[in-house]
Ligand binder design. Structure first.
Ligand code: COA
Length: 227
């Protein structure tokens, strides 16, 4: 049983929802650990072909790391927190099955970093994207600096990281940060249509494509395979 997540099954699609709506789904340590576990389970479950990652409520996908929990921690604890977040996000990126982020509101800080660790992003036209860490004297510590640069280029990565100012869905789409933009009413339909299409695809081919694109074929090379 998860305290901060809701899991479901919709055919071969596994929706995983961060469920702390009164905190705008901010990540505390427990939520990060639970996401790691939920993705490890999804990796092992052959029935699961696609994961849809979402945040509960209308306001936020995930509004970042839990500022209240972070404010009291020591540098050593902060280092462990970052490492746990980085590992969790790598486990999303390296799931070997497509992961879609469904973004309906704020995707800030660690929330945007998580969305960028997913393979595809579908956003509501009301969504906002930003890396406000610099305003707290921090940097995006879960791999967001690198992932944003890869997705949207160096200029956009530096602008978002150095200003901390959020952008809207249209700008995110123009930057290549999101794959599709939907009205809030059409968001679920569009996410589900994409998920169903990916779930119907050949799973080994999908896994090989993910490995080739995300890992540069490292898994195949390690295992002595060729595509
Ligand atoms: N960590 C912990 N709690 C958070 C949070 C976060 N990152 N983001 C929002 N919350 C909490 C608020 O403290 C508030 O809780 P409360 O009702 O117990 O006081 C609740 O979620 C609702 O947020 P609120 O600020 O009242 O909503 P808003 O609509 O006025 O503002 C935001 C929305 C996203 C602009 C604002 O919440 C915000 O700036 N959050 C921090 C974003 C951030 O800096 N993230 C990166 C952290 S490194």
């Amino acid at each position: 049983a998860y305290r901060n997540l809701e899991l479901a099954n919709r055919g071969a699609v596994r929706p995983i929802t961060v469920n702390r709506p009164d905190k705008l789904n901010a990540f505390n340590r427990e939520t990060i650990n639970e996401l790691s576990l939920a993705f490890a389970q999804a990796a092992l479950d052959d029935e699961v072909r696609v994961v849809v990652l979402a945040g509960s409520g209308d306001k936020a996908f995930v509004a970042g790391a839990d500022i209240a929990e972070m404010s009291g921690i020591t540098p050593q604890q902060a280092q462990r927190f970052s490492a746990a977040g980085q590992r969790m996000m790598s486990s999303v990126e390296r799931l070997g099955k497509p992961v879609i982020a469904r973004i309906q509101g704020f995707a800030l800080g660690g929330g945007l970093e998580l969305a960028m660790a997913c393979h595809l992003r579908v956003a509501s036209d009301k969504a906002r994207f930003g890396l406000p860490e610099i305003q707290l004297g921090l940097l995006p510590g879960f791999g967001g600096t690198q992932r944003l640069q890869r997705l949207a280029g160096r200029a956009a990565a530096l602008e978002l990281c150095l200003t901390g100012t959020p952008i809207d869905a249209q700008r995110a789409y123009a930057l290549g940060l999101v794959n599709q933009v939907a009205t809030p009413e059409a968001l679920d339909e569009q996410v589900n249509a994409l998920a169903d299409r990916l779930a119907a695809a050949a799973p080994l081919a999908a896994a090989a494509i993910l490995d080739a694109v995300v890992n540069g074929g490292e898994t195949a090379i390690d295992q002595g395979l060729a595509y």
